[in-house]
Ligand binder design. Structure first.
Ligand SMILES: Cc1ncc(COP(=O)(O)O)c(C=O)c1O
Ligand SMILES: Nc1c(O)cccc1C(=O)C[C@H](N)C(=O)O
Length: 412
């Protein structure tokens, strides 16, 4: 039997996470399915930012480093990220971008495994990960081994020349999710270290870095963690590596005693050495406030909703869009899929633009992917229904086929 609109209303009524939606401010009537790229704004943010700007900066001036606790804000924010990724607070540092943290983590891992040359990754990894690896390889004289995304191809390429296995947990295009525990085990069995990019996982999936014995991880603050555009990212280093880790961006905030102003760099104890320079305080405060939304959220429950939203979307697409030439570009099995679903269509770009014009925001990835992210804290089942219904209307009317929807914008 086909699913009805009422079925979706009923699903929302039974949803134990439904109340979290009110913790976000979304434009009236907007269906926002791009929280995997830029998370929605937590409702508490404008007042918190106003206070931070007017009071802490405006009135407190430089005194706020002490009086408002700015100096140890990165550690406090890290302590809020840690439980979301299955780590301890002592293993997480927040600051810089995901790209910069990946640079630090790769350099640190290559130093630990200095007898080996190879960085192993997959061809479809997010470009910044590949670009950073290429930059690092030039500096370290490493070799990058690119393999197909298939987990068995990755396992086959693991040998005793591999220093680091660098993967993104949830693929940014297909949403395919790697078995982090299995691949970490396989990498470590040949003596390789692992670096996981959690950009599309943190805040949407149930991640257990300690449980799977991961070595390093990085991730984004502005996607499912909702920290705002360009929010600080995070880096994780397993406890067992902390004392030997050295990273080359040895800025003064990662120094043992930054305010002693000595000439010689001495890494701070533990994870603090992963810091570099002065953090972007206003963005850090925004991320700090945004993470409070997760207080009380059961990550397993969150993950269950993320799977259910994706499953619902695929089922409705199968039921309502079969005649319009769409493909499913994501795993159908929700256990192998992150919190997003990709459709494929040769006119994908224009179709996404037509949807955006109707108040439903997803995005487009080359060459033919329409990408829909389901942030479980604020996306409703009825939003999924409305999206597929609108897609059906756009296809049936041919409304996507207009000049204004066919012309590519700078950001897709
Ligand atoms: C897998 C992945 N890694 C990293 C990033 C971003 O890195 P940065 O915040 O440094 O631009 C993204 C998205 O932009 C991503 O999808
Ligand atoms: N980081 C972004 C940006 O600076 C501009 C526009 C989009 C983004 C994104 O986050 C893209 C995203 N990582 C992706 O998966 O495609």
């Amino acid at each position: 039997m086909k699913l009805t609109k009422q079925d979706c209303i009923d699903l929302d009524a039974r949803d134990q996470l439904a109340a979290y939606r009110s913790k976000f401010t979304l434009p009236e009537g907007e269906v926002y399915l791009d929280g995997n790229s830029l998370g929605a704004m937590p409702a508490s943010l404008p007042a918190r930012m106003q206070e931070a700007v007017a009071k802490e900066w405006g009135q407190g001036l430089i005194r706020s480093w002490n009086d408002a606790g700015w100096i140890d804000l990165p550690q406090r924010v890290a302590a809020k990220v840690a439980p979301l990724i299955g780590a301890t607070a002592a293993e997480v540092m927040v600051g810089d971008s995901t790209s910069v943290n990946l640079f630090k983590a790769l350099a640190a891992a290559l130093r630990i495994n200095s007898g080996r040359k190879v960085i192993l990754t997959e061809k479809g990894n997010f470009p910044t990960d590949l670009y950073i690896a290429q930059g690092i390889a030039e500096l370290f004289g490493s070799e990058i081994r690119y393999v197909d995304s298939d987990p068995s191809a990755i396992a086959d390429a693991l040998d005793d020349s591999v220093a680091v296995l660098m993967l993104t947990h949830v693929n940014y295009r297909s949403g395919a999710v790697y078995d982090m525990a299995a691949l970490t085990r396989k990498a470590q069995a040949v003596g390789a270290l692992t670096i996981w990019d959690l950009a599309h996982s943190a805040g949407a999936l149930h991640v257990e870095l300690n449980e799977v014995n991961a070595d390093f991880a990085v991730g984004c603050g502005y996607k499912y963690l909702n920290g705002g555009p360009g929010a600080p990212a995070f880096v994780y280093v397993a406890q067992r590596h902390l004392e030997q880790v050295r990273q080359p961006l040895s800025g003064w905030h990662g120094h043992q005693k930054p305010f002693d102003f000595v000439q010689q760099y001495q890494p701070a104890p533990g994870i603090n050495r992963m810091q570099c320079g002065t953090p972007p305080l206003l963005s850090m405060l925004a991320l700090d406030a945004a993470l409070d939304v997760f207080s009380g959220v059961d990550m397993q429950q969150l993950r269950n909703k993320s799977k259910a939203l994706g499953d619902l979307f695929i089922r409705l697409v199968d039921e309502q869009l079969s005649e319009y030439g769409f493909g499913i570009g994501s795993p159908r099995d929700c256990n192998q899929r992150g919190s997003q679903v990709a459709l494929t269509h040769p006119q994908g770009y224009a179709i996404v633009q037509a949807l955006i014009a109707r108040g439903i925001t997803g995005d487009f990835r080359m060459p033919d992917i329409l990408r829909f992210g389901f942030a479980p804290l604020y996306v409703r089942y009825i939003d999924v229904h409305h999206t597929v219904e609108t897609l059906q209307q756009i296809m049936a009317s041919g409304e996507w086929n207009q000049e204004k929807f066919l012309t590519k914008k700078a950001v897709t």
